[in-house]
Design a protein around this ligand. Sequence first.
Ligand code: NDP
Length: 394
Amino acid sequence: MQPVTRRVAVLGATGSIGDSALDVIARHPDRFRATVLSANEKVDDLIELCRRFRPDAAVIADESKFATLRDGLRGAGLATHAHAGTQALSDLAGSDHCDTVIAAIVGAAGLNSTLAAARAGKRILLANKEAVVVAGALLMHEVAAHGAEIVPIDSEHNAIFQCLPHPALGAAARPGVRRLLLTASGGPFRGWDRARLAAVTPEQACAHPNWSMGRKISVDSATLMNKGLEVIEAHWLFAAAPERIEVVVHPQSIVHSLVEYTDGSVLAQLGNPDMRTALAHGLAWPERIEAGVAPLDLTALGRLDFQPPDLTAFPCLDLAFRALRAGPAASTVLNAANEIAVSAFLQRRAAFLAIPDLIAACLDALAAERAESLEELLALDARARQVAEARLAA
Ligand code: NDP
């Protein structure tokens, strides 16, 4: 039987996940067509991708780059329509140009387009974990209400999705499932104490030992906030109570995560650390396709190690658990403060150890706020960013 051609919107096409997604799409021209591509400001890279993939539409979020995009596409003789701005991202994510949306924009900036895809009943390949952290309840509600599908792309959640009984979304609350075990590489500073962490640079923080990723998630991995965001993501995707989510440091990043059942069985998903596995899984699900990923050679690896996380040197993981227990608004505050803190660290305006301090201060100031609707959540996100910027400037 001829496979169905999926029309795929790759939001965040110029990023690390976008690159891996387009690699998988290019391997299967009979199955997938990239119909919408987007970037924030890398307009030349976006035009180059359009030359290669010939999408129906290209969106540049930074509206000041619209003319460059339009003229570049025309100059290349492409029929691709140029669009600009965040509203265009949401409009296209919910449009008939696509049936599948790869949500690979970094940060809360990806929330509106992810929600638009959910409201239009699309299959969402969800990499943009910040969208779930900011508005998990709302996103899961929209997915259920509009018959959308989520296949998680974060390797840990993709592993859990594969290890849970189907339908996997919400399945951790079912009888028989005891715990979700999220693995963490420990990042580039695993084993370091606070004294050593005081002077780390953005270059050191972005040099992840196992994964090649964008700068923001690389810093999140180095602080362990990435795992904290993933704990909150797992809570919403799989309906797992905080006390039933455990983080285990696994330096080799081969076991991507595990599900423990009440009979003592523990199911794990293993593979080389390459995001194309999760992307190929999400694109073809429930089928399996070639992803270009090297086969796993267990005897060459020899051993797999596991250890508890060091919460004294890396307090961000604890802060995320604190926010999750405090309620949805606190997670919104946590994410906003983290985005500001990481950006300041990357611009050398804040030290590495100032990241958890700033987040803790914002949680102290705003964790008791209430926010449920999208408008309330976005207003709280904006307030938390203001509080964080004010503290940085003080
Ligand atoms: P990158 O920084 O490599 O790419 C981010 C993409 O989003 C780029 O296309 C960028 O455009 C675009 N973008 C940035 N800001 C905006 C904005 N304000 N509006 C619209 N588009 C924007 O990030 P990654 O690919 O590493 O990560 C993307 C998401 O996937 C993150 O949420 C991350 O946590 C998650 N993720 C990533 C993994 C990885 O291996 N990289 C693994 C698991 C999850 P431009 O290039 O023009 O700046």
